[in-house]
Design a protein around this ligand. Sequence first.
Ligand SMILES: NC(=O)c1ccc[n+]([C@@H]2O[C@H](COP(=O)([O-])OP(=O)(O)OC[C@H]3O[C@@H](n4cnc5c(N)ncnc54)[C@H](O)[C@@H]3O)[C@@H](O)[C@H]2O)c1
Length: 414
Amino acid sequence: MFNFNIAIIGIGRVGLPLGLSLAKEGFKVIGIDINKDVIDKVNRKIMPFEEAGYEELIKRVDFFATSDISEVQNSENIIITVGTPLLSHIETDLSQITGVLESMTPYIREGHNIILRSTVAPKTTDFVRKYLEQKTCLKVGQTVFLTFCPERIAEGKALKELKELPQIIGSEDPKSAKKAEEIFKRLTGDILHTTFISAELVKLFNNISRYIHFAVSNQFSIIADDFGQNIYEIIEMANYKYPRGIIAKPGFTAGTCLRKDFGMINETIPYTDLLLSAWKINEFMPKFMVDNLQKRVAIYNKNVAVLGYSFKNDTDDTRDSLTPKLIRYIKREMPLEVKVHDPYLPDEIDCRYKNYSLDDAIEKADIIYIATNHKQFREQKDYIISKISADCWIVDLWNVFGVGKTFFKKEEVK
Ligand SMILES: NC(=O)c1ccc[n+]([C@@H]2O[C@H](COP(=O)([O-])OP(=O)(O)OC[C@H]3O[C@@H](n4cnc5c(N)ncnc54)[C@H](O)[C@@H]3O)[C@@H](O)[C@H]2O)c1
C-alpha cells in the first residue's frame, strides 16, 4: 500500500542522521526538505554537514531526498524534524512546523502515523492534533496516529546515541504509542511511554538543566575574577573527592538547542525566573571576556585573533554561536584588526568574516581569544605559543591551554 516505511520531513542535523540510521535498520526511508542544496548533496551521497560516521553511512544505505511533499502519501510513517528557533522576542517560532502542516495535510489519509520530533514548547503536539483533526476528517488515535518522540542526541554523537539513548514516546492513545514504538524499538531497546506534554517537558528539562548548570559555572568564573582568583583552580578543588554536586567548567554556552529551549517554557510565564537569569549570565560571557581583559590590557589599537567560531567544539555548526557577539564587543574597542580562524569552517564564515589560516590569524596577534574549545587548539598549543610574541595576552575561558586562568600572558603557558 505504501512505497516507503518512513518519510522524514526536514533532513537537517537531526532528520538526516535519524533517516540514515533508520535506513541502516532496514526501513525504506525518504527525506523531504525545502532546501535544494541539501537535497542535491544527499542524493549525491554527500553529507551536507559534519556528523561522525555518517559520511560513510550515507554512501552505504538507500536514502532518497526530495522537495516533493506529496511523497508523504506514499509513506506509512511521517517524522517531522524541522527547526523550532526562538523569535527575537521570547517566543517560539512555529513557522517551520506550521509550514509543514500546511503543505503536508492535503496528503494525509487514513492510517498515516505522524511523529513530531522537533523540540517544541508544551502543548505543541496537541496543537498538531487539533490542526489535523480540524483540516481533515480524521481522528487521532482512530484513523490517524500521532506521538511526540523527542530527539535527545548531541551533535557529533548521533550514530552512537540514537542506539543508546532511551526513547521517550508521548501519546494520548495506545494505538499511536504502539506505532511509534514499532519504529524506535529497532534503534533502541529502551522505550519510555508518557503523555504529549510530559514528553515535551522531558526534552526541554534535559536541555534547560544543562543550560542552568553551565550558567552557574559561568557566574562563578565572573565572581572568581572579580576577587582576582582563578576559576579553574577553585573548581578543581571544589570537585576533588567531593561526592555531591559536581561543578561544570565555564565556557560559551549557546548553540541552537541550549540557547533557545529555555524560551519555550519562559514564554509561558510573565515573571523573571531562574531560566531567564541563566540566559542573562550565559549571554553576558562575551562581554565579560572583553571587559575583564581590559582591566589588564587595552584592546584599542591591538591586533586580535579569535580562534574558533562554531558554537561548540569539533563541529561546523555556527548557529547561535556566541563568537559573533564576542567579535562585535571586541570591535567596539577599536582594535587595529580582528582575524578569525576556525578549522571546521570554509574560507568565508557566515558571509561575514574571512576565515584566516591559523598562521595568518596569530602571526601579529597582541591578543588571542580562544572562543571555541576545538581539539585542534589543544593539540596545537605548543605551536601557537611558539609563534606568538612574548607579550601576547590570551583569553581562554575554556582552559584549552591548561593554564587554569581565563586571562594570562604567553609566559604563563607551560
Ligand atoms: N541539532 C541538534 O543537535 C538537535 C538535537 C536535538 C533536538 N534538536 C531539535 O530538532 C529540530 C531540528 O533541528 P536541526 O538542528 O536538525 O535543524 P536544521 O535547521 O538543521 O534542520 C531543519 C531542516 O528542516 C527543513 N525545513 C524547514 N521547513 C521545512 C518544510 N516546510 N518542509 C520541509 N523541510 C523543511 C530545513 O530546510 C532544514 O533542512 C529542532 O527542533 C531542534 O531544536 C536538535
